[in-house]
Design a protein around this ligand. Sequence first.
Ligand code: PPS
Length: 285
Amino acid sequence: MADVYGWFEGIAFPLAYFNLEVLREARDTFVVKDEDIIMVTYPKSGTHWLIEIICLIHSKGDPKWIQSVPTWQRSPWIETTHGYELLKDKEGPHIFTSHLPIQLFPKSFFNSKAKVIYGIRNPRDVLVSAYFFLRKMNITKKPETLQEHMEWFLQGSVIYGSWFEHVRGWLSMRDRENVLVVSYEDLTKDPRSTVEKICQFLGKKLKPEEIDLVLKYSSYQFMKENKMSNFSTIPDEYLDKGFSFQRKGVAGDWKNHFTVAQAEAFDEIYQKKMAGFPPKLFPWE
Ligand code: PPS
């Protein structure tokens, strides 16, 4: 299994989608423009949902774009070999995506006015979502059990590294004018206000009926049926039968999967690793 991964700065990246030269080039030489819009998340935090919302805000609710171009082309992942190829010579402004921890992100961003939307989600739900995803994807070592995946997750021995370090790194940017933190939980609870908040951050004025369309076409059901947004465009060799990208789409599904002992063990580590954050920062607490 060792040859499935390449290691970059201590973090594992599956070689099916990444190469170390690209990771280095994306970090060191890619030029982020002031007008760029970037979705940054730890994997399984609602990335595709955010991309759909941003694309629909861009088109004022018109679904033509999201129904004709796959997610990974509309907003490529800068760190993947294919995504970087799409972005590197494109004039811009760019809309792009990244799961990179802050220390591996394109350095030029930090002196730019580009806007980052950082999406967060309850790490318990991230863990469960990733477990079911990795069980059906053929690009990484597959966890045998949820317990095994939980151990890897809590140690940070997973692709893109530790959730705790990712969130701590990116949240250190949360007071910047060009960074907006959006949670999966807020999107689930009050999608309209969250979409309005994103519009305001992006300086986009949409009419109420255009917001209605954004909400309609980015809904769970619509995305599940949209071939451009539901992983239908990913080659079969990477996916096992029965794969469904939009698996459940709810907040709190971890309660259906963690045992009491697992929940307690997770909490203990969570409390230690999250010490120092102000109260009420995370909607799941
Ligand atoms: S990835 O592969 O890391 O980019 O995955 P990511 O898109 O970050 O997260 C996948 C989870 O997001 C859920 N999802 C949605 N939830 C609600 N509404 C909409 N429209 C939506 N689209 C995707 C998806 O179902 C995954 O969560 P789980 O808990 O596995 O269902």
